[in-house]
Design a protein around this ligand. Structure first.
Ligand code: AMP
Length: 508
């Protein structure tokens, strides 16, 4: 049996090739027949360029149907797809091309000169273009190719994609994902979230990341159903399309922004059966407010580039705000203390995972890969978390974000939750900053509301409010008031940027 992920997906495509797959903002529709033929043409082109199964194809392009088709063509031709954030510049590109040595680099036209220069140095033989409207030399070259292609035979362990982690410390690492990894996670999520005939997904996530490319697209393709394929998230546009949609997937910021839309309400969500959130923590406050406004309980899940999704709140059972739910079927999770043994309920430890979805390793980094796996094959996620009495998991943050002050561990989330609950606060990020006595000092970066409560809030007031509630060593020594927190494309607060900005020695 061919274990190529494309074979699995296409086996579930609708019988009628005229069935819609992607519905575009201008009303144009890509049918399942269209994507089969277009991906065949592109797969033929890739083969005609002389690339062979196992070669990498890097793509730094905007989200378009053609970009998704390029991914599917790579699967079909047995290539290893390497999506790159369009925001990356020279320094990052230089590293990725040099590290992954792709046989083909597909870039946006404005990047062409740089792409040629870097490709020459990295020994990348082919560069083609795909513009933000889905045109360019990639399409011109693919158009005359035959629109039939026999999907290349792949084993479950063969690589399908390399996704570079955001790399907030040290060099970004290429997580190698196999056809089997991706197929396993796609099938589990499809079943766990009850995908059903007639579903319509509102797709507003970027497609260079696991959430938008794998979680959203694989579940839809495996379901043979349609998705509104929007170039990016736009709250007003979401309110417009939502009444025709049944599933929405977003990062927490999307939900925050939806709540700011006056037109958003129960009527908007009348056909939605599932709201999924992930990639960053969803504040309990947002979870609650969303429920009141829309009547829907957001399903929060947790995962990462190195394995897709690991946990999910239940579809049918209770969805607990502030938690990421239970381990998904086929994923084993354990939470361990510093000595490597399992922690008790309610105690924060390091999260480790094992399962068919867990990645193969880091590209070209066998040492690093070994370090990140335990002797019995569990992957050390780098996340801290705890179980509750009903086996729901709560994430407390990345272990590298843990603040160690005077030798004592402080989990930023505990303090952030208290600050966020204060009148006049929008949100906060707690970080450790170098301190001569304590090693690190607990420090809070706080965004205030633009109202009288926000205006009245001072650094000293925040510190004194926390003082009454937590042990002294957890009380922020320094508080910074800012207009907004730095976030990456997936809505994650970039604490590394905050640490850099306020180090080495805060001025207060
Ligand atoms: P990425 O590899 O970019 O998908 O980032 C994965 C990381 O995002 C995880 O290791 C977590 O730290 C974080 N993350 C993902 N989902 C959640 C969630 N629901 N709650 C808290 N953190 C999350």
């Amino acid at each position: 049996m061919n274990q190529n992920l494309y074979s699995l997906l296409s086996a579930h495509f609708p019988k009628s090739p005229a069935a819609p797959c992607m519905i575009l903002p201008d009303g144009r529709v890509w049918t399942y027949g269209d994507i089969e033929r277009a991906s065949a043409r592109m797969a033929n082109l890739i083969a005609a360029l002389g690339l062979r199964p196992g070669d990498r194809v890097a793509a730094q392009v905007e989200k378009t149907p053609e970009a998704l088709v390029l991914y599917l063509a790579c699967l079909r031709a047995g290539m290893v797809f390497l999506p790159l954030n369009p925001a990356y510049q020279r320094h990052e590109l230089e590293y990725f091309l040099g590290d992954a040595t792709p046989g083909l680099f597909v870039c946006r036209p404005p990047m062409r000169a740089l792409a040629d220069e870097l490709a020459l140095v990295a020994g990348v033989p082919h560069v083609l273009e795909l513009d933000d409207d889905g045109r360019g030399s990639l399409i011109t070259a693919a158009t005359p190719q035959p629109d039939g292609f026999s999907t290349v035979q792949r084993d479950a362990t063969d690589l399908a994609a390399i996704l570079y982690t955001s790399g907030t410390t040290g060099r970004s690492k290429g997580a190698m994902l196999s056809h089997g990894n991706l197929a396993h996670n796609a099938e589990i999520l499809h079943a766990y979230w009850h995908f059903q005939p007639g579903d319509v997904l509102l797709h507003m996530l970027p497609t260079f990341h696991v959430h938008g490319l794998f979680v959203a697209c694989h579940t839809t393709l495996l379901n043979g159903s349609a998705m509104f394929f929007e170039p990016k998230f736009d709250a007003a546009r979401a309110v417009k399309l939502m009444p025709e949609s049944t599933v929405f997937m977003g990062v927490p910021t999307y939900y925050v922004r939806l709540l700011l839309e006056p037109a958003f309400g129960r009527e908007t969500c009348r056909n939605i059966r599932l709201f999924v959130s992930g990639s960053a923590p969803l504040l309990k406050e947002t979870f609650d407010e969303f429920k009141t406004r829309s009547g829907h309980t957001i399903l929060e899940r947790y995962g990462m580039t190195e394995g897709g999704m690991f946990t999910s709140n239940p579809y049918d059972g209770e969805r607990r705000g502030g938690t990421v739910g239970h381990p998904l079927p086929g994923t084993a999770i354990r939470i361990v203390g510093a000595d490597g043994t399992a922690v008790r309920t309610g105690i924060v430890g390091s999260i480790q995972v094992k399962g068919d979805n867990v990645f193969v390793g880091y590209w070209g980094m066998p040492e690093k890969t070994r370090e990140e796996f335990t002797a019995d094959g569990f992957f050390k996620t780098g996340d801290m978390g705890s179980w509750d009495e009903a086996f729901y998991i709560t994430i407390s943050g990345r272990s590298k974000d843990l603040v160690i002050t005077g030798g004592l561990n402080v989990y930023p989330k505990e303090i952030e939750e208290l600050i966020d609950a204060m009148p006049g606060v929008v949100e906060s990020a707690v970080i450790g900053l170098p301190h001569p006595d304590f090693g690190e000092a607990v420090s809070a970066v706080v965004v205030r509301q633009k109202n009288p409560a926000g205006a009245a809030l001072t650094e000293a007031a925040i510190i004194s409010a926390i003082k009454g509630q937590l042990a002294n060593f957890k009380v922020p020594k320094w508080v910074y008031l800012v207009d907004q927190l730095p976030r990456n494309a997936m809505g994650k607060v970039q604490k590394n940027i905050l640490r850099q900005h306020y180090s080495p020695m805060p001025s207060q």
